[in-house]
Design a protein around this ligand. Structure first.
Ligand SMILES: Cc1cc2nc3c(=O)[nH]c(=O)nc-3n(C[C@H](O)[C@H](O)[C@H](O)COP(=O)(O)O)c2cc1C
Length: 256
């Protein structure tokens, strides 16, 4: 048996990886086992494997649509395990991808993040927005809720971080949350503790929202730094309005 064909095409906002046996080659195996792996910035990012019987789809190869998460160089290796045949291909991916993780109790931070995400996308960055949620919501009135106050002073809360949020898959991150009693809201403080050490040095922007015109953002930045992230920008938005222009954040995150 001869070689494999492996090609990479830029399609649908991502890449299409196509692997196949040379068309002129005949094979009499009853089943084929395939593996495709993508290595990129930071190591192996994705692997696929499948088995297909003769005559089934996937027996002579397959096409995979995939969205590279980071800008940089990628190496794709495909293997027809049954015949110990391998093929490799390389490609470069240019668009930085930003992962935004927010917590919002009354919607102000969420609205600000939505504007920021649109601005980032308008500037050619790919953006994924994720939201931290509480396992048990705080009862109103929030200011008089003893659990909220205790959680805020402790900087801990029982939170659910979306499983799909993998900070290592992004070229830059944004953490955004409201300020409670002068501190980053407990659900975000808790989230940062949970993410501690996951991707040391990842360029990160920290945005806080508040009622008062006080720059609270260094407090969120300090928590992010303590968790190992590299804070490249931070700002507070009183009533959800940033004093700096959104383009400023876009510039910083594009360089990241
Ligand atoms: C319990 C609680 C404590 C707050 N403490 C402060 C504070 O110390 N300083 C301040 O400027 N705003 C404070 N706020 C106001 C919020 O930070 C502000 O309304 C924020 O934008 C709400 O964001 P969200 O709608 O995303 O939850 C507090 C709000 C709550 C509910």
């Amino acid at each position: 048996m001869g070689a494999l064909r492996l090609s990479v095409a830029f399609e649908g906002g991502g890449v299409k990886l196509s692997v196949s046996i040379e068309p002129e080659l005949q094979c009499f195996c009853l089943e084929h086992e395939w593996r495709v792996r993508v290595e990129g910035p930071g190591g192996v990012l994705q692997e696929w494997g499948w088995r297909a019987k003769a005559g089934e789809g996937g027996y002579r190869g397959s096409s995979i649509q995939w969205n590279p998460p980071l800008k940089g160089e990628y190496r794709v290796s495909a293997e027809l395990v049954t015949h110990s045949l391998r093929a490799e291909a390389c490609f470069r991916w240019g668009n930085p991808r930003v992962g935004i993780l927010l917590y919002s109790e009354t919607g102000v931070t969420r609205a600000l993040v939505s504007k920021l995400a649109s601005e980032l996308e308008a500037n050619g960055l790919a953006v994924d927005v994720f939201e931290v949620s509480l396992k048990r919501k705080y009862r109103r009135p929030l200011h008089l809720n003893p659990r909220l106050v205790l959680d805020t002073f402790r900087g801990s809360a029982e939170v659910e971080i979306p499983e799909k949020f993998n900070p290592c898959l992004y070229s830059a991150l944004v953490f955004a949350c409201p300020i409670w009693i002068g501190r980053p809201a407990a659900p975000m403080a808790s989230t940062l503790k949970r993410l501690s050490g996951r991707c040391p040095g990842k360029p990160t922007a920290c945005i806080t929202t508040s009622l008062a015109k006080v720059d609270y953002s260094p407090r969120l930045a300090a928590l992010a730094e303590a968790a190992g992230f590299k804070v490249v920008f931070h700002a507070n938005a009183p009533r959800g309005i940033l004093s700096c222009k959104l383009e400023e954040i876009v510039k910083v995150l594009t360089r990241a």
